[in-house]
Design a protein around this ligand. Structure first.
Ligand SMILES: C[S@@+](CC[C@H](N)C(=O)[O-])C[C@H]1O[C@@H](n2cnc3c(N)ncnc32)[C@H](O)[C@@H]1O
Length: 262
């Protein structure tokens, strides 16, 4: 009997996660995803008007930030795991008579040269990886950035004492779940612990203002709260790749500083 239960558990509960993109045709608030996020828009002040600057929109969705940066004259590159996202972004670019280089693929499978980008953004995307992938993509972005380049994006946060509520959710582990219904069904959702954030961003400069806590989830992790985005924005980050040798040394101090804040 125990062997039978173990086989059933292995077959049905530990199946590998199949990554898939958003089904944009089912998204109810699609209009919301067409307006650029203010946290991203203000980056053009930091970049300055320079057509040589290269920007990577990692997990571009239907293209709101790709269009925004392309319309300001930057060289834009964008990727998404969903072909639907890439097609929508391409159509929007064509309508606006703009260009960007688009690639379809999981964020770990899309490659660009080292020291290539001035800015990488990843808004509302990294929470769709599993923990090990999120750690890997941070290091990959660090390589892709030019010294002094900026990485701005979002991750989701969970406190250790609030368990996932299992209705309509498949719990993968204590930090990862998968929706079983609705437009995000089958897509993983990863929630970092605050304590692990400094290690997650190893190698980046994380000074004052590097993190914005939008809201930390304290109500139950129900499917409804998750799909309606109630209280789960988590953490917005703005980090940079050290530009000088002395900065690389100070990064360790940044991590200690941050650890003390969290
Ligand atoms: C909430 S949308 C955000 C889109 C866009 N960044 C924005 O803010 O408008 C999340 C996007 O991440 C994409 N995505 C999910 N998992 C991914 C993965 N493993 N690799 C690349 N893209 C992924 C989805 O297809 C979807 O387009």
């Amino acid at each position: 009997m125990i062997v039978f239960i173990a086989i059933i558990y292995i077959l049905f509960m530990t199946e590998p996660i199949k990554h898939q993109g958003w089904r944009w045709d089912e998204v109810k608030d699609r209009k919301h995803w067409e307006i650029p996020d203010g946290y991203v828009m203000n980056l053009i002040y930091e970049l300055g008007p320079d057509p040589e600057k290269k920007i990577y929109d990692l997990g571009c969705g239907i293209g709101r930030h790709t269009i925004y940066f392309a319309s300001h004259g930057y060289q834009v590159y964008a990727s998404d795991i969903s072909q639907d996202s890439i097609d929508s972004t391409r159509e929007w670019l064509q309508r606006e008579n703009l260009t960007a280089e688009l690639k379809q693929g999981h964020f770990l499978d899309v490659d660009y040269p080292e020291n290539f980008f001035d800015l990488v953004i990843s808004m509302n995307v990294l929470n769709h990886g599993v923990k090990s992938e999120v750690y890997q993509i941070m290091q990959k972005v660090l390589k892709m950035l030019k010294p002094g380049g900026i990485f701005r994006g979002t991750i989701r946060i969970k406190d250790k004492n609030t368990p996932f509520y299992s209705n309509d959710i498949k719990i993968i582990d204590e930090q990862t779940l998968m929706m079983t219904k609705g437009e995000e069904r089958g897509i993983p959702h990863f929630f970092a612990y605050l304590e692990e954030v400094p290690d997650m961003f190893k190698g980046f400069e994380m000074g004052y203002g590097a993190f914005v806590f939008v809201k930390i989830f304290t109500s139950p992790f129900t499917a409804e709260n998750l799909t309606t985005q109630l209280g789960i924005e988590g953490l917005r980050f703005s980090l940079s790749k050290p530009s000088l040798e002395k900065d690389i040394k100070s990064v360790q101090n940044d991590r200690n500083f941050l650890r003390a804040q969290l």
